[in-house]
Design a protein around this ligand. Sequence first.
Ligand code: 3PG
Length: 407
Amino acid sequence: MKIDYTSYKDVKLKGKKVLIRVDINSNIDTEKMEIRDSPRIRALAPALNEHFKKSAVIILAHQSRPGKPDFTDLSLHAKEIEKEIGRPVKFVKDIFGEVATKAIKELKPGEVLVLDNVRKFEGEMKNYEDFSDAEATELIQKLFPLVDYVIVDAFGAAHRAHASIIGWPKMLAGPITDKELGALKKIIENPDKPMAMLIGGAKAIDKFKAMKYNFESDKLDYALCSGLTAVLIFEALGKNMGEPNHKIIAEDLEENHDMIKETYEKFKDKILLPVDLVIDDNGNRKIITVDEAETYNATTGDIGPQTVENFKEVIMKCKTVIANGPPGIFEMEVFRESTNKMVDAMAEATRKNNALTVIGGGEMGAAAAMSGKGDDVSFISTAGGAMLEILSGNDLPMIRALREKKL
Ligand code: 3PG
């Protein structure tokens, strides 16, 4: 991946109207309609105050995907940003219509305006292969002439070739992208070994593929597999993990069964799988063996204590540890324990062994913050899927667009 862009630091932003496409996609408690915790907003806030205080700032971002319960407008995010930056933040429930256009035209240096969820625009999420098709969309045609500069800094969504990420005729990179690439460079190019990858959460097949790539390119020494990635592997090996687990990975399993099995056989000495799991027994943690998953036929929402010990032992002998996705469904109290313990182990590896420890993904980042140890690991990335793509050796659409459309 060739990194070659013009940065926000290369231009004078004082007094200018600047549109920043960021990724503040957050973990939302849909019952209370509250943002649980947003490391992405916390990463954005200092950048806004440090670099863009004298500009009129327009924030463009997404939340979730149409049809999902957490697909909301961005008023919640605007309030959260206001809290973090300590000055008023305006919000309009419009992206590029009359209301948004008027608000952008009236915006003064020092003011911040959040536009509505860009994924409400149906042309946004088309995964444009040809960047000029994205450039022709109404979103870009309407917004681009209204501002002096567009900064694309949605690092967490850098793997999406969406209109607002790759469609601008000219674009600058922002502070979050600068920081993230700086931290990930060492891991991409030349990680200190041994290196372990802790894999959890959803998007199991993508994580499995990133693991495979890193084994094949000889960067990775250990994969600590939990969550749905572990379910995927167990089922490819012929185990029945129960219907609630199975149905989530069924499609990926069917499409990739042989590849998963072959990869596992090839690298099994380096792959640690759970030896015990946790199910919810009326609000209590019930520890079960992997073989019992079929009998209980319930969601195995966390890894058990022996697995935590096994994973920790590996973490403590590594010089580089990268976590992508929490090992448990940490949003639920009953499944939170192992995530906290894994964050603790990474913090300990940083402190005692000077290991480079990186946590990726909005969810794992939120989990780290909730556990109170987030500051003790080397770096919390705002990227999950994008980080996986980078770790899989892929050129990211956002980085390519920044390169091809640099000022
Ligand atoms: C993320 O949280 O991974 C990014 O915001 C991208 O979101 P998406 O996976 O819905 O495209």
